[in-house]
Design a binder for this molecule. Sequence first.
Ligand code: 2RA
Length: 329
Amino acid sequence: MKIAVVGATGMVGTVLLKVLEERNFPVTELLPVASEKSVGKEILFKEKPVKIVGMQDAIDAKPAIAIFSAGGDTSKEWAPKFAAAGITVVDNSSAWRMDQDKKLVVPEINAKELTALDKIIANPNCSTIQMVMALAPLHRKYKMRRVIVSTYQSVSGTGVKAVQQLENEITGTKGEMAYPYPIHKNAIPHCDVFEANGYTKEEMKLAREPQKILNDRTFSVSATAVRIPTAGGHSESVNVEFHADFELTEVRKMLNDTPGITLQDNPDTNTYPMPMYANGKDDVFVGRLRRDETQPNTLNMWIVSDNLRKGAATNAIQIAEYLVENKLI
Ligand code: 2RA
């Protein structure tokens, strides 16, 4: 199968190529797409050099699928052109997520919504994916009323410039700033840009996307998104109030039995999720499960996941796998 990866040289794009290899996705021809200045350069795929192509050349080559991770503006301009050529687009940007005619998909939760008519499919935000992966089974059983989430997001979510800023600050090297403040030995309560309501775009993604993915607007989410000087994954402290009460043993069993979730939860052995465990893995790690004793039907949990993998590349490729397996492309 001919597949295009748009943004092939970016942080997520690089992970996309790695995961395509790891999962042995049936690629017969790879079309790595990047900015004009990179056209003609080579990247390695399955240990073979592959030339980077431009957007129009990628369209003309008629791949079956194009996975985009090139920012919202590029996606807004080019995804419709790929789709018009009959190419199915899976897009990592926020451009299409809340578009009422586009599906927002975490395969383990709502891939069944997909049809052959879906030519632009949105990949949710990384911090949304890991949260709904853990909440979806519990929501089906106990029905959420309200979620309060605080995130602790790694610099890799911002991109290469942010990773470099942290490295520079650690080594005392002068360099460009991706953030308005130093990130080393700091925590910045500001992910993406502020909206008029005082929340950041990142926090509003956490408020809006879960309702679309779970197809239920009866629950609400209040979020605080914080950038911390770590690599390897995003962490989230989640407090969730349900309509129905729950048994912790049943919650634990449900999470343990959910594909894509790894339960790491044993205070006696200091066992709980951390980015150092999640880094490079595809599962969503859940722990610190405990009843919120200040309010009925309410659970606290800690969720960690590699934001570049299940939070972006792996989820997008799982969507592509679903399309192939179900003959939707
Ligand atoms: C971040 N979730 O972590 C956003 C975009 N990747 O910055």
